[in-house]
Design a protein around this ligand. Sequence first.
Ligand code: NAD
Ligand code: ZN
Length: 355
Amino acid sequence: MKELRIQTEHHQYPVYIGSKLRFDVGSMLNKQYDRVLIITDKNVEPLYLQEVLQSFPSSSQVSSFTVPASESSKHIDVFYQCHTYAMENGLNRQSLIVALGGGVIGDLAGFVAATYMRGIDYIQVPTTLLAHDSSVGGKVAINHHIGKNMIGCFHQPQAVIYDTDTLSTLSNQEWRSGMAEVVKHAFLADEVLLERCFTLPAFPSMERDVLEYLLMRGIEIKANIVAQDEREAGIRRYLNLGHTLGHALEAEAKYVLSHGEAVAIGIDFALFLSQQHHPSLTFPIERYRKWLQQHQYPTSILHDYEITNLVERMKSDKKNDQHDIRMVTLNEVGDPTTVAYKVNEIKEQLLVYKK
Ligand code: NAD
Ligand code: ZN
Protein backbone atom coordinates (compact mmCIF):
# COMPACT_ATOMS: atom_id res chain seq x y z
CA MET A 1 0.00 0.00 0.00
CA LYS A 2 1.16 3.53 -0.77
CA GLU A 3 0.30 6.47 1.45
CA LEU A 4 0.37 10.18 0.80
CA ARG A 5 -0.64 13.12 2.97
CA ILE A 6 -2.42 15.98 1.31
CA GLN A 7 -1.98 19.39 2.86
CA THR A 8 -4.47 22.15 2.12
CA GLU A 9 -4.69 25.59 3.69
CA HIS A 10 -6.78 24.51 6.68
CA HIS A 11 -6.86 20.75 6.45
CA GLN A 12 -4.74 17.65 6.06
CA TYR A 13 -5.87 14.22 4.93
CA PRO A 14 -4.38 10.87 3.90
CA VAL A 15 -4.61 9.13 0.54
CA TYR A 16 -4.17 5.35 0.66
CA ILE A 17 -3.61 3.44 -2.57
CA GLY A 18 -3.42 -0.34 -2.63
CA SER A 19 -4.95 -3.73 -3.20
CA LYS A 20 -8.08 -4.95 -1.31
CA LEU A 21 -8.50 -1.69 0.63
CA ARG A 22 -12.28 -1.80 0.14
CA PHE A 23 -12.40 -4.48 2.84
CA ASP A 24 -10.82 -2.06 5.35
CA VAL A 25 -12.47 1.28 4.61
CA GLY A 26 -14.31 1.50 7.95
CA SER A 27 -11.35 0.40 10.05
CA MET A 28 -8.85 2.72 8.31
CA LEU A 29 -10.52 5.91 9.54
CA ASN A 30 -9.00 7.59 12.56
CA LYS A 31 -12.42 8.54 13.90
CA GLN A 32 -15.50 6.45 14.77
CA TYR A 33 -18.79 7.52 13.24
CA ASP A 34 -22.16 6.45 14.73
CA ARG A 35 -23.96 6.85 11.40
CA VAL A 36 -22.56 6.38 7.95
CA LEU A 37 -24.24 6.88 4.58
CA ILE A 38 -22.61 5.30 1.53
CA ILE A 39 -23.63 6.94 -1.74
CA THR A 40 -22.91 4.81 -4.82
CA ASP A 41 -24.26 4.11 -8.32
CA LYS A 42 -26.10 1.23 -9.96
CA ASN A 43 -22.98 -0.24 -11.61
CA VAL A 44 -20.76 -0.06 -8.55
CA GLU A 45 -23.37 -1.25 -6.04
CA PRO A 46 -23.43 -4.94 -7.09
CA LEU A 47 -19.64 -5.03 -7.41
CA TYR A 48 -18.33 -3.40 -4.25
CA LEU A 49 -21.03 -2.04 -1.92
CA GLN A 50 -21.35 -5.05 0.41
CA GLU A 51 -17.61 -5.22 1.03
CA VAL A 52 -17.38 -1.53 1.92
CA LEU A 53 -20.52 -1.76 4.08
CA GLN A 54 -19.14 -4.67 6.05
CA SER A 55 -15.80 -2.94 6.61
CA PHE A 56 -17.44 -0.70 9.24
CA PRO A 57 -17.59 -1.83 12.87
CA SER A 58 -20.99 -3.10 14.08
CA SER A 59 -21.19 -0.07 16.38
CA SER A 60 -21.74 2.13 13.31
CA GLN A 61 -25.18 2.26 11.74
CA VAL A 62 -24.43 2.10 8.02
CA SER A 63 -26.97 2.72 5.25
CA SER A 64 -26.58 3.17 1.52
CA PHE A 65 -28.22 5.11 -1.27
CA THR A 66 -27.82 4.12 -4.92
CA VAL A 67 -28.25 6.59 -7.78
CA PRO A 68 -28.26 6.04 -11.56
CA ALA A 69 -24.84 5.39 -13.09
CA SER A 70 -24.24 8.45 -15.22
CA GLU A 71 -23.56 12.16 -15.32
CA SER A 72 -27.34 12.68 -15.03
CA SER A 73 -26.98 11.91 -11.31
CA LYS A 74 -25.19 15.23 -10.81
CA HIS A 75 -28.67 16.77 -10.83
CA ILE A 76 -30.48 18.88 -8.25
CA ASP A 77 -33.27 16.25 -7.95
CA VAL A 78 -30.82 13.44 -7.16
CA PHE A 79 -28.95 15.76 -4.79
CA TYR A 80 -32.28 16.46 -3.01
CA GLN A 81 -33.10 12.73 -2.82
CA CYS A 82 -29.74 12.12 -1.14
CA HIS A 83 -30.55 14.81 1.44
CA THR A 84 -34.00 13.33 2.05
CA TYR A 85 -32.50 9.87 2.53
CA ALA A 86 -29.85 11.28 4.91
CA MET A 87 -32.52 12.99 7.03
CA GLU A 88 -34.78 9.92 7.07
CA ASN A 89 -31.82 7.85 8.27
CA GLY A 90 -31.02 10.26 11.05
CA LEU A 91 -27.64 11.52 9.84
CA ASN A 92 -26.38 14.30 12.09
CA ARG A 93 -23.39 16.66 12.28
CA GLN A 94 -21.17 13.82 13.53
CA SER A 95 -22.07 11.45 10.69
CA LEU A 96 -20.00 10.42 7.69
CA ILE A 97 -20.79 10.22 3.98
CA VAL A 98 -18.83 7.77 1.83
CA ALA A 99 -18.54 8.46 -1.91
CA LEU A 100 -18.16 4.99 -3.44
CA GLY A 101 -17.75 5.26 -7.21
CA GLY A 102 -16.26 7.35 -9.98
CA GLY A 103 -16.05 11.11 -10.38
CA VAL A 104 -19.82 11.51 -10.66
CA ILE A 105 -20.36 9.97 -7.24
CA GLY A 106 -17.40 11.85 -5.76
CA ASP A 107 -18.79 15.19 -6.95
CA LEU A 108 -22.39 14.42 -5.94
CA ALA A 109 -21.74 12.78 -2.56
CA GLY A 110 -19.08 15.40 -1.76
CA PHE A 111 -21.56 18.19 -2.44
CA VAL A 112 -24.24 16.46 -0.36
CA ALA A 113 -21.70 16.25 2.51
CA ALA A 114 -20.70 19.89 2.01
CA THR A 115 -24.28 21.10 2.34
CA TYR A 116 -25.96 18.62 4.73
CA MET A 117 -26.48 20.51 8.01
CA ARG A 118 -23.98 23.10 6.68
CA GLY A 119 -21.30 20.50 6.10
CA ILE A 120 -20.36 17.07 7.50
CA ASP A 121 -17.39 14.74 7.01
CA TYR A 122 -17.01 12.59 3.91
CA ILE A 123 -14.46 10.25 2.42
CA GLN A 124 -13.71 9.33 -1.17
CA VAL A 125 -13.54 5.67 -2.16
CA PRO A 126 -12.79 6.06 -5.88
CA THR A 127 -13.48 3.16 -8.23
CA THR A 128 -12.44 4.64 -11.59
CA LEU A 129 -9.01 5.63 -12.87
CA LEU A 130 -10.33 9.08 -13.73
CA ALA A 131 -11.31 9.56 -10.10
CA HIS A 132 -7.61 9.91 -9.17
CA ASP A 133 -8.20 13.40 -10.52
CA SER A 134 -11.61 14.10 -9.01
CA SER A 135 -11.07 12.62 -5.54
CA VAL A 136 -8.43 15.15 -4.48
CA GLY A 137 -8.67 18.90 -4.64
CA GLY A 138 -11.96 19.34 -2.79
CA LYS A 139 -14.06 20.57 -5.71
CA VAL A 140 -17.57 19.17 -5.41
CA ALA A 141 -20.54 20.05 -7.58
CA ILE A 142 -23.68 19.16 -9.45
CA ASN A 143 -24.73 20.39 -12.89
CA HIS A 144 -27.25 23.01 -13.95
CA HIS A 145 -28.88 22.60 -17.36
CA ILE A 146 -27.08 25.77 -18.46
CA GLY A 147 -23.67 24.55 -17.41
CA LYS A 148 -21.71 21.64 -15.98
CA ASN A 149 -20.52 21.88 -12.35
CA MET A 150 -22.19 25.28 -11.96
CA ILE A 151 -23.64 24.53 -8.49
CA GLY A 152 -20.90 23.54 -6.10
CA CYS A 153 -18.29 24.49 -3.57
CA PHE A 154 -14.97 23.40 -2.06
CA HIS A 155 -15.14 20.68 0.59
CA GLN A 156 -12.09 18.56 1.41
CA PRO A 157 -12.51 14.86 2.24
CA GLN A 158 -11.31 13.27 5.49
CA ALA A 159 -9.50 10.56 3.51
CA VAL A 160 -9.19 9.02 0.07
CA ILE A 161 -9.11 5.21 0.09
CA TYR A 162 -8.26 3.87 -3.36
CA ASP A 163 -8.57 0.12 -3.87
CA THR A 164 -6.70 -0.56 -7.13
CA ASP A 165 -8.44 -3.94 -7.57
CA THR A 166 -11.74 -2.18 -8.26
CA LEU A 167 -10.25 -0.82 -11.51
CA SER A 168 -10.16 -4.35 -12.97
CA THR A 169 -13.88 -4.15 -13.80
CA LEU A 170 -13.63 -0.89 -15.79
CA SER A 171 -14.37 -0.85 -19.51
CA ASN A 172 -11.57 -0.02 -21.97
CA GLN A 173 -13.20 3.33 -22.60
CA GLU A 174 -13.04 4.16 -18.88
CA TRP A 175 -9.36 3.17 -18.85
CA ARG A 176 -8.64 5.47 -21.77
CA SER A 177 -10.56 8.23 -20.04
CA GLY A 178 -8.61 7.97 -16.79
CA MET A 179 -5.21 7.52 -18.41
CA ALA A 180 -5.64 10.77 -20.33
CA GLU A 181 -5.69 12.62 -16.99
CA VAL A 182 -2.60 10.73 -15.77
CA VAL A 183 -0.80 11.79 -18.96
CA LYS A 184 -2.05 15.34 -18.44
CA HIS A 185 -0.46 15.39 -14.98
CA ALA A 186 2.75 14.02 -16.49
CA PHE A 187 2.89 16.75 -19.16
CA LEU A 188 2.34 19.38 -16.45
CA ALA A 189 5.00 18.25 -14.04
CA ASP A 190 6.90 15.01 -14.56
CA GLU A 191 8.95 13.86 -17.54
CA VAL A 192 9.72 10.50 -15.87
CA LEU A 193 6.03 9.77 -15.40
CA LEU A 194 5.43 10.76 -19.03
CA GLU A 195 8.09 8.32 -20.18
CA ARG A 196 6.49 5.61 -18.05
CA CYS A 197 3.08 6.34 -19.60
CA PHE A 198 4.50 6.18 -23.13
CA THR A 199 5.89 2.69 -22.51
CA LEU A 200 2.81 1.13 -20.90
CA PRO A 201 1.37 -2.14 -22.15
CA ALA A 202 -2.34 -2.41 -23.00
CA PHE A 203 -4.14 -0.72 -20.10
CA PRO A 204 -6.06 -3.42 -18.25
CA SER A 205 -3.02 -5.71 -18.15
CA MET A 206 -0.97 -3.23 -16.15
CA GLU A 207 1.01 -4.59 -13.20
CA ARG A 208 -0.21 -3.56 -9.77
CA ASP A 209 3.01 -1.71 -8.86
CA VAL A 210 2.89 0.33 -12.04
CA LEU A 211 -0.75 1.21 -11.50
CA GLU A 212 -0.08 2.30 -7.91
CA TYR A 213 2.83 4.45 -9.12
CA LEU A 214 0.71 6.14 -11.83
CA LEU A 215 -2.10 6.90 -9.40
CA MET A 216 0.28 8.08 -6.70
CA ARG A 217 2.19 10.47 -8.95
CA GLY A 218 -0.99 11.69 -10.65
CA ILE A 219 -2.53 12.51 -7.27
CA GLU A 220 0.69 14.02 -5.95
CA ILE A 221 1.03 16.37 -8.92
CA LYS A 222 -2.58 17.47 -8.69
CA ALA A 223 -2.32 17.93 -4.91
CA ASN A 224 0.85 20.02 -5.25
CA ILE A 225 -0.79 22.36 -7.71
CA VAL A 226 -3.97 22.59 -5.62
CA ALA A 227 -1.97 23.24 -2.43
CA GLN A 228 -0.52 26.35 -4.04
CA ASP A 229 -3.87 27.58 -5.34
CA GLU A 230 -6.81 25.99 -3.56
CA ARG A 231 -9.44 28.38 -4.94
CA GLU A 232 -8.27 28.46 -8.55
CA ALA A 233 -7.03 32.04 -8.62
CA GLY A 234 -3.83 31.21 -10.51
CA ILE A 235 -1.81 28.10 -11.26
CA ARG A 236 -4.68 25.67 -10.65
CA ARG A 237 -5.74 26.72 -14.14
CA TYR A 238 -2.91 24.60 -15.52
CA LEU A 239 -4.98 21.54 -14.62
CA ASN A 240 -7.14 22.56 -17.56
CA LEU A 241 -4.50 21.41 -20.03
CA GLY A 242 -6.46 19.82 -22.89
CA HIS A 243 -9.79 20.78 -21.33
CA THR A 244 -10.83 23.87 -23.31
CA LEU A 245 -11.09 21.96 -26.58
CA GLY A 246 -11.80 18.77 -24.59
CA HIS A 247 -14.96 20.18 -22.98
CA ALA A 248 -16.18 21.55 -26.32
CA LEU A 249 -15.67 18.18 -28.02
CA GLU A 250 -17.22 16.31 -25.13
CA ALA A 251 -20.33 18.49 -25.39
CA GLU A 252 -20.54 18.10 -29.19
CA ALA A 253 -19.92 14.35 -29.12
CA LYS A 254 -22.26 13.55 -26.24
CA TYR A 255 -22.51 9.83 -25.44
CA VAL A 256 -19.75 9.00 -27.95
CA LEU A 257 -16.63 10.37 -26.29
CA SER A 258 -15.76 9.97 -22.63
CA HIS A 259 -14.39 13.00 -20.76
CA GLY A 260 -10.81 11.76 -20.85
CA GLU A 261 -10.93 10.74 -24.51
CA ALA A 262 -12.00 14.30 -25.35
CA VAL A 263 -9.26 15.71 -23.10
CA ALA A 264 -6.67 13.47 -24.80
CA ILE A 265 -7.49 15.16 -28.13
CA GLY A 266 -7.42 18.55 -26.40
CA ILE A 267 -3.91 17.80 -25.09
CA ASP A 268 -2.77 17.01 -28.63
CA PHE A 269 -4.07 20.41 -29.77
CA ALA A 270 -2.35 22.10 -26.81
CA LEU A 271 0.94 20.44 -27.83
CA PHE A 272 0.41 21.70 -31.39
CA LEU A 273 -0.08 25.27 -30.06
CA SER A 274 2.96 24.92 -27.79
CA GLN A 275 5.07 23.94 -30.80
CA GLN A 276 3.83 27.01 -32.73
CA HIS A 277 4.97 29.21 -29.84
CA HIS A 278 8.35 27.56 -29.47
CA PRO A 279 9.38 26.40 -32.96
CA SER A 280 12.98 25.93 -31.82
CA LEU A 281 11.99 23.34 -29.19
CA THR A 282 10.95 19.74 -29.79
CA PHE A 283 7.74 18.62 -28.11
CA PRO A 284 7.02 14.88 -27.99
CA ILE A 285 4.05 15.26 -30.32
CA GLU A 286 4.82 12.25 -32.50
CA ARG A 287 5.32 9.96 -29.50
CA TYR A 288 2.11 11.20 -27.96
CA ARG A 289 0.18 10.55 -31.20
CA LYS A 290 1.65 7.08 -31.44
CA TRP A 291 0.55 6.44 -27.86
CA LEU A 292 -3.00 7.67 -28.62
CA GLN A 293 -3.12 5.35 -31.60
CA GLN A 294 -1.70 2.38 -29.70
CA HIS A 295 -4.40 2.70 -27.05
CA GLN A 296 -7.18 3.35 -29.55
CA TYR A 297 -8.13 6.89 -28.64
CA PRO A 298 -10.74 8.02 -31.21
CA THR A 299 -8.67 10.94 -32.50
CA SER A 300 -10.20 11.10 -35.97
CA ILE A 301 -13.52 12.15 -34.43
CA LEU A 302 -12.44 15.79 -34.59
CA HIS A 303 -13.17 15.68 -38.33
CA ASP A 304 -16.84 15.00 -37.63
CA TYR A 305 -17.42 18.37 -36.00
CA GLU A 306 -17.63 21.93 -37.33
CA ILE A 307 -14.86 24.19 -36.08
CA THR A 308 -17.32 27.09 -35.70
CA ASN A 309 -19.45 25.04 -33.30
CA LEU A 310 -16.43 23.93 -31.30
CA VAL A 311 -15.12 27.49 -31.00
CA GLU A 312 -18.56 28.73 -29.89
CA ARG A 313 -18.44 26.17 -27.09
CA MET A 314 -14.83 27.06 -26.22
CA LYS A 315 -15.88 30.70 -25.89
CA SER A 316 -18.62 29.83 -23.42
CA ASP A 317 -16.31 27.78 -21.18
CA LYS A 318 -16.66 29.39 -17.75
CA LYS A 319 -12.93 30.15 -17.61
CA ASN A 320 -13.06 32.47 -20.66
CA ASP A 321 -14.57 35.82 -21.46
CA GLN A 322 -16.37 36.49 -24.74
CA HIS A 323 -13.35 37.93 -26.59
CA ASP A 324 -10.46 35.71 -25.61
CA ILE A 325 -10.01 31.98 -25.29
CA ARG A 326 -7.46 31.13 -22.64
CA MET A 327 -5.49 28.01 -23.50
CA VAL A 328 -3.05 26.13 -21.30
CA THR A 329 0.09 25.38 -23.31
CA LEU A 330 3.62 24.26 -22.43
CA ASN A 331 6.90 26.13 -22.55
CA GLU A 332 8.33 22.64 -22.29
CA VAL A 333 7.27 19.40 -20.60
CA GLY A 334 6.83 20.24 -16.89
CA ASP A 335 6.50 23.99 -17.50
CA PRO A 336 2.90 24.98 -18.30
CA THR A 337 1.66 28.46 -19.06
CA THR A 338 -1.56 30.10 -20.26
CA VAL A 339 -2.00 32.02 -23.50
CA ALA A 340 -5.03 34.14 -24.41
CA TYR A 341 -6.06 33.76 -28.05
CA LYS A 342 -8.51 35.88 -30.00
CA VAL A 343 -11.47 33.82 -31.15
CA ASN A 344 -10.38 34.13 -34.79
CA GLU A 345 -6.86 33.01 -33.98
CA ILE A 346 -8.16 29.84 -32.37
CA LYS A 347 -10.34 29.18 -35.42
CA GLU A 348 -7.32 29.52 -37.72
CA GLN A 349 -5.13 27.34 -35.51
CA LEU A 350 -7.81 24.64 -35.36
CA LEU A 351 -8.10 24.70 -39.16
CA VAL A 352 -4.36 24.21 -39.59
CA TYR A 353 -4.30 21.56 -36.85
CA LYS A 354 -7.18 19.59 -38.37
CA LYS A 355 -5.39 19.23 -41.73
P1 NAD B 1 -18.41 8.03 -13.57
O1 NAD B 1 -18.43 8.25 -12.12
O2 NAD B 1 -19.68 8.25 -14.32
O3 NAD B 1 -17.89 6.55 -13.88
C1 NAD B 1 -17.85 6.10 -15.20
C2 NAD B 1 -18.66 4.81 -15.38
O4 NAD B 1 -17.94 3.74 -14.79
C3 NAD B 1 -20.03 4.83 -14.71
O5 NAD B 1 -20.94 4.15 -15.55
C4 NAD B 1 -19.80 4.02 -13.43
O6 NAD B 1 -20.97 3.40 -12.98
C5 NAD B 1 -18.79 3.03 -13.89
N1 NAD B 1 -17.92 2.50 -12.86
C6 NAD B 1 -17.36 3.16 -11.82
N2 NAD B 1 -16.51 2.37 -11.18
C7 NAD B 1 -16.53 1.17 -11.79
C8 NAD B 1 -15.84 -0.04 -11.61
N3 NAD B 1 -14.90 -0.16 -10.66
N4 NAD B 1 -16.11 -1.07 -12.43
C9 NAD B 1 -17.02 -0.94 -13.42
N5 NAD B 1 -17.68 0.19 -13.67
C10 NAD B 1 -17.44 1.24 -12.87
O7 NAD B 1 -17.33 8.94 -14.30
P2 NAD B 1 -15.79 9.27 -14.06
O8 NAD B 1 -15.19 9.22 -15.40
O9 NAD B 1 -15.17 8.50 -12.97
O10 NAD B 1 -15.85 10.79 -13.57
C11 NAD B 1 -16.39 11.81 -14.37
C12 NAD B 1 -16.94 12.90 -13.49
O11 NAD B 1 -15.89 13.39 -12.67
C13 NAD B 1 -17.50 14.09 -14.24
O12 NAD B 1 -18.76 14.42 -13.71
C14 NAD B 1 -16.51 15.20 -13.97
O13 NAD B 1 -17.11 16.48 -13.95
C15 NAD B 1 -15.98 14.81 -12.62
N6 NAD B 1 -14.65 15.35 -12.33
C16 NAD B 1 -14.51 16.09 -11.21
C17 NAD B 1 -13.26 16.62 -10.87
C18 NAD B 1 -13.10 17.38 -9.61
O14 NAD B 1 -12.03 17.95 -9.37
N7 NAD B 1 -14.09 17.41 -8.76
C19 NAD B 1 -12.16 16.38 -11.70
C20 NAD B 1 -12.34 15.61 -12.84
C21 NAD B 1 -13.59 15.10 -13.15
ZN1 ZN C 1 -10.66 16.37 -16.61
